[in-house]
Design a protein around this ligand. Structure first.
Ligand SMILES: CC(C)(COP(=O)(O)OP(=O)(O)OC[C@H]1O[C@@H](n2cnc3c(N)ncnc32)[C@H](O)[C@@H]1OP(=O)(O)O)[C@@H](O)C(=O)NCCC(=O)NCCS
Length: 393
């Protein structure tokens, strides 16, 4: 809790609000665990579809279960003409995250059973949303550029299809696996801001669509999912290696943030950045331009040096730091970086909504209702007397 002048602003840091079986973020030991499995193990061995199964159904799928999930995702990989028509009416400069948030709410309009509250229905809606969000994101990128959305290719997996529908180019195996890996790494992260938003809405017994729409809005902020786009904007602004030192030092001295650096929980390093760093380097080699990776490394080194000098502490790159240059090398527009985060994290959000409503460790879902400290102008024992309009000031 931080207090200054009697004003409380906890940001809920370190305050446990619920028990969960989904994810452990071990900030001290730089570990991330999805339902008992270490992220480094999953990154090496699992596909995004396997992770979706793990998160929603609480175990890694057997072969038949995985086939069934893939089939269901493929069946749901389309959006109705109504939604495509609605997208075509949006101003072309609409923020993609705003489009996603609106589309999640619109998808509820196209589901006559949206309001049915059962675990089976929530799981079906989860699969529906996990399948459709990448389709909507990719469709918006095409529509705003005056093109028709591309239909999915049944020969490509979830990640490969997303990349194909987004960029218009069929990815090779390595590229599709890199996108798959990005989705695995971003899928879940315990009670982060957007997941907490989803759970908070779910605790009111609102439906899955309402909870996920809230989470998309929360993810859009630059201190959360929006950071990956801001990292790339920062690198583009810095431009060259010789501008790094001045940029980093002056920003930190001015109390401004170096995007992609630091984390509210990981204080000794973010394990996902350890996987994405080498991927960023490899993407640079693959596309014949390692410049952005090298520039980001210079920013990391300088930030760490200045932090040590000014604050006497360490600071480490987070998941957004290297994912920015990975996506950029994949030819993805910068404002689509955060939607990629959403396309992955929706799996974690859905698992949390299901846990909140149907499988919580607590006996029944609790409506979140924190308290606050009133410090308004008229605080104190006395209440104000109502002032008639003619006597107001
Ligand atoms: C993520 C973030 C909000 C965590 O903030 P936090 O929990 O307040 O971090 P800390 O408590 O470790 O901050 C300690 C100090 O370092 C500063 N700091 C933290 N991250 C910083 C950054 N990226 N650049 C510059 N200064 C930073 C804080 O302002 C604070 O300064 P102070 O002691 O003068 O008040 C913060 O690191 C940040 O804004 N990073 C950039 C945005 C980003 O990448 N977000 C994605 C997160 S996954």
């Amino acid at each position: 809790m931080t207090e200054s002048g009697g004003i409380i602003n906890t940001g809920l840091r370190g305050v446990p609000v619920a028990s969960t079986r989904i994810c452990l973020v071990d900030g001290k030991n730089a570990k991330l665990i999805y339902r008992g499995y270490n992220i480094t193990d999953l990154a090496e061995n699992a596909t995004f579809e396997e992770v979706v199964h793990l998160l929603l159904f609480e175990h890694l799928p057997a072969a038949g279960e995985l086939d069934y999930l893939k089939q269901r995702l493929a069946e749901e990989q389309s959006v109705s003409d109504g939604i495509i028509s609605a997208l075509k009416t949006r101003p072309v400069d609409s923020a993609p995250m705003d489009i996603l948030q609106a589309c999640v709410a619109m998808l509820a309009n196209h589901d006559p059973e949206a309001g049915v509250l059962s675990r089976e229905k929530a799981t079906e809606t989860a699969i529906r949303l996990i399948a459709k969000l990448p389709v909507v994101a990719a469709a918006w990128n095409r529509i705003r550029n005056g093109m028709d959305p591309l239909p999915p290719d049944p020969d490509l997996g979830h990640a490969g299809n997303f990349l194909y529908m987004l960029t218009g180019t069929k990815p090779d195996e390595e590229l599709a696996r890199f996108m798959d890996l990005c989705l695995v790494l971003h899928a879940e992260h315990s009670f982060n801001a957007s997941t907490f938003s989803a759970r908070q809405v779910a605790s009111t017994r609102a439906h899955m669509y309402a909870a996920i729409a809230a989470a998309v809005g929360s993810l859009s902020g630059e201190l959360h999912g929006g950071a990956n786009a801001r990292v790339m904007q920062m690198l583009l602004e810095i431009g060259t290696q010789d501008a790094v030192d001045d940029y980093v030092e002056s920003r930190i001295r001015a109390g401004e943030k170096i995007m992609g650096m630091g984390h509210p929980v990981y204080k000794t390093g973010d394990p996902r950045a350890g996987i994405l760093g080498p991927m960023s380097k490899r993407m640079g080699e693959k596309t014949g331009n390692t410049g952005w990776y090298e520039l980001s490394e210079a920013v990391r080194r300088k930030t760490q040096e200045v932090f040590k000098k000014l604050k006497g502490t360490g600071i480490y790159p987070n998941v957004d730091f290297y994912s920015a240059t990975v996506y950029y090398a994949m030819g993805i527009p910068v404002d689509m970086f955060t939607p990629i985060f959403a396309v992955s994290r929706i799996s974690g959000w859905c698992a949390h909504v299901i846990e909140e409503q149907f499988a919580g460790a607590a006996p029944k879902p609790a409506l979140y209702r924190p308290s606050s400290q009133y410090v308004g102008e008229y605080c104190g024992p006395a209440e104000c007397s109502f002032v008639p309009m003619e006597k107001r000031g």
